[in-house]
Ligand binder design. Structure first.
Ligand code: EPZ
Length: 417
């Protein structure tokens, strides 16, 4: 089984160009099935999750070509309604294919997405909203059977600004009869990217990025070319790689607006951050300040996908910090691994108290989920001695070329097969 080996203590310096956003390309790839059209998409990262979505689209009958970070999808030949079970279970966000498939062919069969490492991940809001749009939904033997030949626009009030549910509703409403209004919609930038891709193909969506999204049904979509937004979580992760190693890293291809929550907290931690419209320089401090409170919230609050990474940083801060994880049920699986590296962290439900220690020490650790795995890499960059990280398949789901990029920045890191 592959693992990462790191020897900590090197200061990271240099330049990184941030890849396209995993959480933008996944809903966009789902959206490519709606129109039976051709989509040419640039800035597509090479990640396992993107491969899974690609394999699903091919299994459904689509033609796909991939050259470096460009992907061409022709969904005209789509001729299946069942999402391959093992692929759907490998990536729970495949549930947004429900909305896209209902728009395309009015029918879909998909396995009930399991929970995952960070919590039960229910889909109640997705299913309720699709029913509100007129879809029939049956669940049996672990599968969801849905039919909806003629979806009708309606008003939907989300109980919680769920990213996936907002995306699923948008995808289902694209060709519905009439207008759909989503209230309490998620405001994440990835939803704006989905709106921009679909509107370029002829859809009529307004309001993405705000809590009220309005979709007017259209009859068809045209061929489209699109450039995916940069990954704000990958950018934030490299920012912390600089912060935790007293480094100096320049990030290219970033959208500063997407990073404000992370920038604010890293400035509190003592980092110097300079930015212009699409690049940023971050210098790590000699000593990291503790942060009184980091609370994860829906965008534009501090992102839950950066919680594990900032916890690694705060493990060696001057003083005690508090992290409150308000988005997911069980997103502290990295705590026990950081403790193995000498961190002093206590958790009380969804709150963690991190008492900064002088130095972490390298240890054998195991990645339990995508962002938790990234936090172990960050801790290993600063820890004294050797850190081993197993189950790095988790990390490969969301970080393109991670260890090579870190090595180019000066890290002593290698992948061992
Ligand atoms: C998306 O997941 C992202 N994944 C997650 O990133 C991210 O952490 C999350 O949004 C929050 O920003 C993708 O975009 C592929 P939610 P999603 O629906 O859509 C509960 C990463 O590391 N909920 O906003 O699944 C849910 O259990 C991944 O890249 C319901 O209760 O997130 C959670 O507690 C991890 N019922 C909360 O809402 C529902 O029907 C937020 O979930 C739907 C969600």
């Amino acid at each position: 089984m592959e693992k990462l080996i790191l020897y900590g203590g090197n200061r990271l310096t240099g330049e990184v160009s941030v890849s396209g956003a995993k959480n933008a390309i996944l809903p966009i790839l789902a959206a490519t099935v709606i129109g039976g059209n051709e989509s040419t998409i640039f800035n597509v990262p090479k990640l396992r999750d993107v491969e899974v979505m690609e394999e699903i689209l091919i299994a459904l009958g689509c033609n796909i070509k991939r050259v470096d970070n460009m992907m061409w999808v022709d969904s005209k030949p789509l001729n299946q309604i069942k999402i391959p079970d093992e692929l759907a279970r490998e990536m729970r966000s495949s549930i947004i294919l429900m909305g896209a498939m209902l728009s395309r062919c009015g029918e879909v069969i998909i396995s009930y997405p399991g929970g995952c490492e960070i919590g039960p991940r229910p889909i109640d809001m997705h299913l309720k909203a699709l029913k509100d749009l007129g879809a029939e939904i049956e669940e049996s033997h672990g599968f969801i059977y849905s039919k909806g030949k003629e979806l009708k626009g309606t008003e939907i009030q989300l109980d919680y600004p769920s990213v996936g549910a907002t995306e699923n509703i948008i995808l289902a409403a694209i060709k519905a009869k009439g207008t759909t209004i989503i209230r309490n919609a998620a405001r994440e930038p990835e939803i704006v990217d989905l709106q921009n891709y679909l509107n370029k193909a002829g859809a009529k969506i307004n309001g993405a990025g705000t809590s009220i999204v309005i979709i007017e049904g259209v009859d068809q979509l045209e061929n489209v070319t699109y450039n995916t937004m940069p990954d704000r979580i990958v950018a934030g992760t490299y920012m912390i790689a600089s912060a935790i190693t007293k480094g100096e890293i320049i990030l290219k291809n970033v959208i500063i607006d997407h990073l404000q929550g992370v920038i604010a907290k890293l400035k509190e931690a003592g980092c110097l951050i300079y930015s212009d419209e699409n690049s940023l320089k971050i210098i790590g401090p000699e000593k990291i300040n503790s942060i009184e409170m980091v609370q994860t919230l829906p965008y534009p609050g501090f992102p839950t996908d950066m919680q594990a990474q900032i916890m690694a940083l705060l493990s060696i801060a001057n003083g005690t910090s508090i992290i409150s994880e308000t988005v997911f049920e069980n997103r502290f699986k990295h705590v026990e691994e950081l403790i193995r590296m000498g961190a002093n962290i206590k958790t009380f439900g969804k709150v963690a108290i991190i008492k900064g220690v002088k130095e972490l020490t390298g240890a054998k650790t195991t990645a339990k989920d995508l962002r938790g795995g990234a936090s172990l890499v960050l801790a290993g960059l600063a820890a004294k001695g050797k850190t081993e990280i197993e189950n790095i398949y988790h990390i490969k789901r969301g970080y393109e070329n991670f260890h090579n990029t870190l090595r180019e920045l000066g890290a002593h890191i290698e992948l061992v097969k």
